[in-house]
Design a protein around this ligand. Structure first.
Ligand SMILES: [Zn+2]
Length: 284
């Protein structure tokens, strides 16, 4: 079975790049776009997400990390305000609503998330207008929004071109879309090869470069106005949890609990590895 046409250029020829964790990565011969040859069906993917979501106790971790996440979102709000204030903003992949909670001070906000529990939290705990479901299936008024935001989401989508096309339709002329995603053309990605930290099959399906994300957006009437490498605040707690506690020996887990007890883990660390890009494009 050959994979679907390239999401960026619609080309049908590609060559194998490498295999990681049992998944084959492909590069489009037409435009160079890197993507996963995913044999999983939509039902398999949905099950994978449900499993990953519940296994990590993702809910409590996510809510615990709220302060750290909002340090990142505050920077994104500032970037967006540089392009204009007020009007309507829509977020795709709104999760628990932590970005929209900050954004609603400046825009009338709405959003959607595929994870029902996250959207329900945004609605009930934060009073936000966040629907549960797929953005492609939401009935939205065309040419109605000033801003569409999509943080760390496009790489998860099976058909990003369909999302970008719909974003182009719901934006007002002159409205902007802002997104973050890994940069497969970055020095870090090139140096690390198949071991790059953002190769994450089967969750990350599409791997854009500055060139391929600009190509995809422009094919749908969205002209790039800015692409910048951005860093992120990460919670020390989450990092230490992964290194010391997640499935680790008892002595390491005890060390982790000790550090947590001392309040040591309530810190954040800003890290910019120049392999995540913030892309802003305008509807022409
Ligand atoms: Zn292509």
């Amino acid at each position: 079975v050959s994979p679907a046409p390239c999401e960026v250029c619609a080309g049908t020829t590609h060559r194998p790049l490498f295999v990681r964790d049992g998944y084959e990565f492909l590069r489009c011969s037409g435009c160079g776009h890197v993507f996963l040859d995913l044999a999983l069906g939509d039902a398999d993917l949905a099950r994978l997400y449900a499993t990953a979501f519940f296994r990590g106790g993702a809910y409590s971790d996510y809510v615990r990390d709220k302060a750290v996440m909002q340090r990142n979102f505050r920077r994104f709000v500032a970037v967006l305000r540089g392009y204009g204030n007020g009007g309507r903003l829509f977020e795709i992949g709104a999760a628990y609503g932590f970005f929209l909670e900050l954004a609603r001070r400046h825009w009338r906000v709405e959003g959607v998330d595929i994870v029902g529990e996250a959207a329900a939290y945004a609605r009930t705990a934060l009073g936000l207008d966040v629907a549960a479901g797929d953005f492609l299936e939401l009935p939205l008024v065309e040419a109605a929004y000033d801003v569409v935001a999509m943080w760390d989401t496009i790489e998860h989508l099976r058909h990003p071109a369909r999302y970008v096309a719909k974003i182009g339709r719901i934006l007002k002329p002159g409205g902007i879309v802002a997104l973050t995603t890994g940069d497969v053309g970055s020095v870090m990605a090139r140096v690390r090869g198949r071991r790059w930290r953002l190769y994450h099959p089967p969750f990350h399906i599409h791997y854009f470069s500055r060139q391929t994300i600009a190509d995809l957006l422009s094919r749908h009437g969205l002209a790039v106005v800015s692409i910048k490498a951005v860093g992120f605040d990460r919670s020390l707690d989450t990092m230490l949890y992964r290194v010391l506690a997640d499935g680790k020996p008892a002595v390491l887990r005890a060390a982790y609990r000790g550090m947590r007890g001392l309040g040591f883990t309530r810190r954040a660390l800003y890290l910019n590895l120049f392999d995540i890009m913030l892309v802003v494009a305008r509807r022409v």
